[in-house]
Design a protein around this ligand. Structure first.
Ligand SMILES: [Zn+2]
Length: 120
């Protein structure tokens, strides 16, 4: 069974599902700035439609980061006596920092999938 989430997590082209959007093989264990392919190697689909196309992916990235911060808080609070212990904040900061690279790639992929042409 293939769903959009599976294709996004597999770093696949939204049209043919064979080419890769990022030059990295997977989007989970890569660090540094993302290197995107300009076109799909298989179907020649252009990933960046126009300059500034991925500006909106920033909002996806923000939503992801907030959700991960809240989830980290919910898990971390069980390890502290007080409900809101300030020692949780550095833990949240570390988790968010470690997930930055993944979030950047995932948000761009999600953005491409949200705005691909579904009519063809
Ligand atoms: Zn393709």
């Amino acid at each position: 069974m293939s769903s959009a989430l599976t294709h996004i997590l597999s770093n696949e082209c939204p049209v043919c599902h064979k080419g890769k959007v990022f030059k990295d093989k997977n989007i989970f264990l890569t660090f540094g700035l993302p290197k995107m392919n300009e076109y799909c190697s298989h179907c020649n689909y252009k990933f960046q439609k126009e300059p500034g196309y991925f500006f909106g992916a920033m909002y996806v990235n923000y939503g992801l980061t907030v959700a991960q911060g809240i989830a980290t808080y919910c898990v971390a609070q069980f390890f502290f006596d007080q409900t809101f212990d300030l020692r949780i904040i550095p833990i949240i900061a570390v988790v968010i920092t470690l997930l930055t690279s993944f979030n950047l790639r995932f948000s761009r992929l999600a953005w491409i999938y949200m705005f691909k042409d579904y009519t063809s």
